[in-house]
Design a protein around this ligand. Structure first.
Ligand SMILES: [Zn+2]
Length: 192
C-alpha cells in the first residue's frame, strides 16, 4: 500500500512520471515530468494515530474521573446522617450557658464549639418542622428571644414524641454556629 507503483500524476494525470527518492517516512516519492510536481501515493499516518490515541486516552481518563466524582457526590448527598447516639460529646452544658458564651463573644465561641459534638440540657420552648420535614427543637428559657435550635435526625423523630413544650430535655448535636439561636445539627435526643 505504502509503496504502490504510481502510474500517473495526481495533478495533471500525465503518465510521464519517474521515481524521485524517498520521503522521511521511507515512502516512495514520484516526480511528474510534465508538471514538475512531486508526490507520493501514501502518507504515513502513524504520528496522527498516536496523537489520536493520546486524545482518546485523555478523554477516557476524564470520563472516568467525572464518573467517580459524580458517584461519590451522589454517595455523599444520600449518605445517612452520622448517628451521634453513641458518640461521646466534646462538651456538655446548659443551653443557656452555651447561648451566653455565643452572646458574649461569638468569634471565640465559634472557635471553641464549631463542628464539635455538644450535649445541651434545656427546656423545650417549641417543637417544629423545617422545610425539609426535619424536627426542630428550640431550647429557650421562658420569654427569651434566643436559645439553642436543634435539628433532629430522622431517627430521633420517635424519641421526641414522649417530650412536650415546657419539659426538660438533653440533646446532642453538632454545633454550626449562631444565627438567631445557637444551631445544633444532626441532633439526637439523649436518653438518660
Ligand atoms: Zn503532472
Amino acid at each position: 500500500m505504502e509503496n504502490r507503483i504510481a502510474t500517473s500524476c495526481p495533478y495533471c494525470h500525465d503518465t510521464d512520471i519517474q521515481k524521485n527518492g524517498f520521503s522521511n517516512d521511507g515512502i516512495q516519492r514520484w516526480l511528474c515530468k510534465t508538471c514538475n510536481k512531486s508526490f507520493q501515493l501514501a502518507y504515513k499516518a502513524r504520528k496522527q494515530s498516536d496523537s489520536n490515541k493520546i486524545y482518546i486516552g485523555v478523554a477516557l481518563f476524564f470520563c472516568l474521573f467525572a464518573g467517580i466524582a459524580l458517584l461519590s457526590g451522589l454517595y455523599f448527598l444520600n449518605m445517612p446522617d452520622k448517628n451521634y447516639s453513641n458518640v461521646k460529646a466534646d462538651y456538655t452544658l446548659q443551653a443557656t450557658a452555651l447561648l451566653a458564651e455565643f452572646e458574649k463573644n461569638e468569634a471565640k465561641a465559634n472557635q471553641k464549639y464549631m463542628d464539635k459534638v455538644i450535649d445541651v440540657n434545656g427546656t423545650i420552648a417549641e417543637i417544629t418542622k423545617d422545610q425539609k420535614g426535619a424536627t426542630v427543637v428550640a431550647l429557650r428559657n421562658k420569654d427569651a428571644f434566643s436559645g439553642v435550635l436543634c435539628t433532629l435526625t430522622e431517627g430521633s423523630n420517635n424519641d421526641i414524641k414522649s417530650y412536650a413544650v415546657g419539659k426538660p430535655i438533653k440533646i446532642r448535636g453538632v454545633c454550626t454556629g449562631m444565627l438567631m439561636d445557637v444551631v445544633l445539627n444532626k441532633a439526637v435526643v439523649v436518653k438518660e
